[in-house]
Write a protein that binds this ligand. Structure first.
Ligand SMILES: *Cc1c(COP(=O)(O)O)cnc(C)c1O
Length: 382
């Protein structure tokens, strides 16, 4: 048996052909593949606008800037996420606050969020960054009610959840990143994510004002749009209207993304098949805790919880099964400890961290490979 990682990209001959065609075209960057990828991605998640950027972290950084994060701005996020969800607030000069997770969903616990808000003076917080952790969609309808009550913007970190959804109070599916509740949503195209470009990211929104800000910020704050120019000296003329960055995604990466996106639905269905097999295997295994199956979960990760996490991790590794831990709570990272956070601040996420293990989950995981993983886990506990 070959080594089995926890996540892995898939490449097809159609993907390769798509990239080669772009390599042989006039545009490697700033060409037509960018708008094509943006339009198709926006359609996939059901949003009006999409802005392709260099990676998910750049998407977070530009989103924070577009939403007005700067010195003195206070933002809430989950301690159970990749560090970038919190770091983007620091990049822009703001302050990071965490609220604990709900152990039943592993998402931000809205009761704890409200408690945090009420512990500070009125108007203290400006925004919140919920995370669709492991692929489970945040109930943004409920979060939006809270956000409206306290005048917060919402930036959805949907890196784990393209194709994921929650069902709203009217019984409608609300897809992650569709812009119906959050002001902005961000995605990543890192090879372990659902759609891979090598590096890559996307911001989706239904708000035209934010869309226009993001376009400027992505490319040095420069515009050539005649409607936006303050002066116009001729065909060569452009203006740098704000301090932006070079956070562009190349046409080569977009060509790969467009091709990968065509399989996104099919691959999501494969993730569900894998999740269902794990559910079945572990339902009756008392040493392993799993969350209930959720049709709207995009199953970026399949997580089990066990008291013997380290032993199981080492045992599987010895059998060439390379699991991962998602995540070390962000507030326990030395950088955030230096800002005043400490062990004991968020008991739910800390307790979860002691037990969690992400099992192999990717569309090309074969039935044989998955059976091997399940067999080894059962053998470990036997
Ligand atoms: C992957 C990821 C990011 C960062 O994306 P990059 O493309 O690696 O910069 C941010 N948040 C979450 C939840 C992620 O999983």
């Amino acid at each position: 048996m070959k080594p089995i990682p926890y996540g892995k990209q898939e490449i097809t001959s159609a993907d390769i052909e798509s990239v080669i065609n772009t390599l042989q075209s006039d545009f490697w960057t700033q060409g037509p593949k960018i708008a094509e990828f943006e339009q198709k991605f926006a359609e996939y998640v059901g949003a009006k606008y999409a802005v392709a950027v260099a990676n998910g972290t750049a998407a977070l950084h530009l989103s924070a800037l577009a939403l007005g994060v700067k010195e003195g701005v206070n933002v809430i996020t989950s301690p159970l996420t990749f560090v970038a969800s919190a770091n983007c607030i620091k990049y822009a000069g703001g302050n990071v606050f965490f609220a604990d997770i709900d152990e039943k969903t592993l998402l931000l616990d809205l009761k704890k969020v409200e408690k945090l808000i009420l512990s500070k003076p009125k108007g203290f917080f400006q925004g919140i960054i919920p995370v669709d952790f492991a692929g489970k969609a945040v109930d943004l309808e409920r979060l939006k009610l809270l956000a409206q009550k306290y005048n917060l913007w919402i930036l959805e970190d949907a890196c784990h959840a393209p194709g994921g959804y929650f069902v709203d109070s009217k019984g409608e599916k609300q897809f992650c990143g569709n812009g119906n509740f959050a002001d902005l949503a961000i995605f990543s195209f890192h090879p372990v994510k659902h759609i891979a470009c090598g590096e890559g990211g996307m911001i989706t929104t239904n708000r035209q004002d934010l869309y226009e800000k993001l376009l400027l910020l992505r490319t040095h704050g420069i515009t050539r749009n005649p409607e936006l120019l303050q002066e116009n000296h001729g065909g060569w003329y452009y203006e740098m209207q704000t301090l932006g960055y070079n956070y562009r995604l190349t046409d080569l990466q977009c060509a790969l993304g467009i091709s990968q996106l065509q399989r996104a639905k099919e691959n999501l269905a494969k993730r569900h098949q894998i999740a269902l097999r794990y559910q079945q295997a572990f339902e009756s295994l008392s040493e392993v805790k799993i969350l209930p199956y959720d049709k709207g979960n995009a199953y970026h990760l399949y997580i089990i919880q066990t008291e013997k996490r380290k032993e199981l991790y080492d045992y599987l590794k010895a059998h060439q099964i390379f699991c991962q831990v998602h995540y070390i709570p962000v507030h326990l990272q030395p950088f955030y400890k230096n800002l005043g956070y400490k062990k004991g601040d968020f008991p739910m996420v800390e307790n979860y961290y002691e037990k969690c293990l992400s099992l192999p989950m990717y569309p090309t995981l074969t039935e044989n490979e998955q059976s091997f993983v399940i067999e080894k886990i059962k053998a470990f506990f036997a």
